[in-house]
Design a protein around this ligand. Structure first.
Ligand code: AHM
Ligand code: MG
Length: 344
């Protein structure tokens, strides 16, 4: 069998044999992949299937829900509650923790997910994705509370995303590197196409929503200004810029060809702590980026070490090649020291 012909389930079985990992985790990751295939299928026919557009409802964060946000959320619930290995699910689109219905067996895993990330792109047929994070509890709990699921990102046992682009891909880490699979429509299976993704240490590309520049903090303004200054600026080289407004697509790009992705805290979003959600977006993506040799920071702390205090908490997000993330962290330290008068 050639490496590219290995299916996702064969990869998981192989990993399980080598790492002696838990069969329940394999079951869960298989269910998640099935959910991603079903979401991919719902997206495929777009306007023809009458799945585009918004609903009248808002999610817990006051964002108008797209029809596909709700469809994708439902797909994740239906495909994964059945697995028998979950204690609960937590979704960006749901106010409360989702308890596993009593007709299904329970397990000790918790699945946290953003069923459809980048949903502002749905109606214009630009890439979107699903993001997921997996926690393992010490045992099967009698009752699930927010305290049970509010765990820092370092405790994730697996994380990944599906990218619904020109091809559908599933990118996964169980803590042994990052591996990418492409959906083979002819057999309806994901097949291993990108074994052991390693990010370049340096970057020549940055991604940020530049329309918010006036609201950024000085360290972010300086970082971007220095990149834009090109050969004649302090960085002494040219940087390219990208903004897709789909975090999954941005993270996929930086995993494969390096770069840095920023959604920082700014004057407009500071009351909420940032834009992106810690549990469903920042943590899983930081886990993947670190597993690929990159870094994930809020500018002032390692994302994976942030102790969550609420389920829909938002954080500043800086992900990318280590040298760039380190530089951005240093700019924050300098700025903070200047602000309190420790350095001039
Ligand atoms: P969503 O989960 O509601 O889709 O929001 C998250 C998305 C990210 O995918 C993306 O990086 C960001 O929001 C785009 O924000 P902006 O609209 O400021 O460009
Ligand atoms: Mg999202």
């Amino acid at each position: 069998m050639t490496e590219t012909s290995m299916t996702y389930i064969q990869f998981l079985l192989d990993e399980r044999r080598r790492e002696d990992s838990d069969r329940d985790l394999l079951t869960l990751l298989h269910s998640v992949a099935t959910a991603c295939k079903a979401v991919s299928n719902s997206l495929k026919n777009g306007a023809l299937a009458d799945v585009l557009g918004s609903l009248e409802t808002e999610n817990i964060q006051g964002e108008t829900q797209k029809k596909l946000d709700v469809i994708a959320n439902d797909i994740f619930l239906r495909r994964c509650e059945f697995s028998g290995v979950l204690a609960a699910m937590v979704s960006e689109e749901m106010d409360e923790i989702y308890d596993i219905p009593s007709q299904f067996p329970k397990g000790r895993y918790v699945l946290l997910f953003d069923p459809l990330d980048g949903s502002s792109n749905i109606d214009i047929n630009v890439s979107v994705g699903s993001i997921f994070s997996v926690l393992r509890l010490p045992g099967i709990p009698d009752e699930i509370t927010y305290e049970t699921v509010l765990r820092p990102g370092v405790e994730q046992v697996a994380a990944g995303y599906a990218l619904y682009g020109p091809s559908t891909m599933l990118v996964l880490s169980t803590g042994n590197g990052v591996h990418g699979f492409t959906l083979d429509g002819s057999i309806g299976e994901f097949r291993l196409t990108h074994r052991n993704i390693v990010m370049p240490e340096n970057a020549a590309e940055f991604a940020i929503n530049a329309s918010r520049a006036n609201w950024w903090e000085p360290p972010v303004q300086k970082y971007v200004a220095d990149c834009v200054a090109g050969e004649h600026g302090p960085r002494g080289r040219y940087f390219n810029m990208r903004w897709i407004a789909s975090m999954v697509a941005e993270v996929h790009r930086i995993l494969l060809r390096g770069g840095v992705f920023l959604y920082p805290i700014d004057e407009e979003n500071c009351a909420s702590g940032g834009k992106l959600r810690l549990l469903y977006e920042a943590n899983p993506m930081a886990f993947l980026v670190e597993q690929a040799g990159g870094a994930g920071s809020t500018g002032r702390a390692r994302i994976l070490e942030v102790a969550p205090v609420s389920p829909h908490q938002r954080v500043p997000v800086i992900l990318g090649s280590t040298n760039e993330v380190d530089l951005i962290d240093r700019l924050h330290v300098e700025y903070d020291l200047k602000t309190v008068g420790i350095i001039a």
